[in-house]
Design a protein around this ligand. Sequence first.
Ligand SMILES: CC(C)(COP(=O)(O)OP(=O)(O)OC[C@H]1O[C@@H](n2cnc3c(N)ncnc32)[C@H](O)[C@@H]1OP(=O)(O)O)[C@@H](O)C(=O)NCCC(=O)NCCS
Length: 142
Amino acid sequence: MTDDDLDAVMAIETASYSTPWKQDHFRNEIAARFSWPYVAVEEGRVVGYVCLMSLFEEAQILNVAVSSNHRGRGIARMLLMESFRLARERGAEIMVLEVRASNDAAISLYHQLGFRRVGVRIKYYESSEDAILMEKSLKENP
Ligand SMILES: CC(C)(COP(=O)(O)OP(=O)(O)OC[C@H]1O[C@@H](n2cnc3c(N)ncnc32)[C@H](O)[C@@H]1OP(=O)(O)O)[C@@H](O)C(=O)NCCC(=O)NCCS
């Protein structure tokens, strides 16, 4: 992801979330030393992205989204697999993330890729919805 991608990224972000990140949040990820924001590009267009942070043994998925008319084609899976590869390369041993309890599509994606539920933050989102904490060992495949 570069600054040139931000208009396309923001269009996907605002269509995907009720409380989307602001553009500056992505700018910070682009600049941050331990962050690797990636875009998926199809025919020259940004169709999805993932924001990965990797610091010593732990990596974290901060955000992943795919444009609504490109979903169901393995793009998120590909972005996450690339994140696993990159995090392993940086020396990470586990990958963690948080997801809204109601987000069945994302939870099923994470399960498919080997994440397991390790905790819950009660009423974490807008003081009403739980956050499910998930974790995956990067020592196993995929
Ligand atoms: C969650 C999201 C990133 C998935 O992107 P995607 O590119 O459509 O996902 P993929 O095509 O790579 O799907 C891979 C697997 O995820 C699961 N999955 C994806 N969408 C699903 C859905 N709508 N319902 C159930 N499972 C789903 C399936 O297990 C799927 O594997 P399969 O194709 O073999 O059945 C996308 O729906 C999205 O952008 N949602 C809004 C943003 C969001 O909620 N991000 C996650 C925040 S924690």
